[in-house]
Design a protein around this ligand. Structure first.
Ligand code: IMP
Length: 202
């Protein structure tokens, strides 16, 4: 079964292919010749994931899933949330600037609790059935933790050097891919997607 994953992020593709196994052919945007910038203008993770999956479905007629992730910090009312990639003003996916801003915003705050949350939206043609109401399907995953006082570790990406998952005393960047991929927000969402896809086959 061929499904487009609306990304060109090699790390994400790798992770998803490992979880889904080889019963599904997961192809990237590049693989289907989609080189345009897909709009991501929603104000929730759900809206953005839907927008991306819908775009591929409408323009290429292929079953597709898309993800959107945000870091939600309790003391900041859930920010940066859906704006995680562009948290530092005037930047885009500048992790260093985003982390510096996050540390500034949390200065003097005792509550450093946070969660990463991933939402995946799946839109498909038979046998990837849409939900009973005929709409897209959503799968979400989250991991709770705290924002450290300073960065540590050089693995991972994004906010990983600052995020210490619950039950650990090291950041995601220090823990490395093997641990992270077992407990991460994205892994948990992908596992729910995999469970659904596998249920279609039985
Ligand atoms: P995206 O939805 O995957 O593009 O993620 C939006 C932003 O959230 C990225 O630019 C990263 O800064 C951050 N992010 C997403 N996933 C992770 C993660 O697993 N670790 C750390 N930061 C992440």
């Amino acid at each position: 079964m061929k499904i487009v994953f609306a990304t060109n992020n090699a790390h994400k593709l790798d992770e998803i292919r490992r979880i889904l196994g080889n019963r599904f052919e997961i192809v990237s945007l590049e693989d289907i010749g989609c080189h345009e910038e897909i709009p991501e203008t929603g104000d929730t993770l759900e809206a953005n994931a839907l927008q991306k999956a819908q775009y591929v479905y409408d323009h290429y007629g292929l079953s597709c899933f898309a993800d959107d992730t945000g870091l939600e910090v309790e003391a900041l009312g859930g920010a940066p949330g859906v704006h995680s990639a562009r948290y530092a003003e005037g930047t885009d996916h500048d992790s260093e600037a985003n982390m510096a801003k996050l540390l500034r915003e949390l200065e003097g705050k005792d509550n450093r609790r946070a969660q990463f949350r991933t939402v995946i939206c799946l839109i498909g043609t038979s046998p990837l059935h849409l939900s009973h109401e005929g709409g897209p399907l959503f799968f979400s995953g989250s991991v709770s933790g705290t924002i450290a006082q300073s960065k540590s570790g050089d693995g991972g990406f994004g906010y990983d050097p600052l995020f210490v998952p619950e039950g650990y005393d090291k950041s995601f960047a220090e823990l490395g891919a093997e641990v992270k991929n077992k407990i991460s927000h994205r892994a948990r969402a992908v596992e729910k997607l995999a469970e659904y896809l596998h249920s279609l086959e039985s």
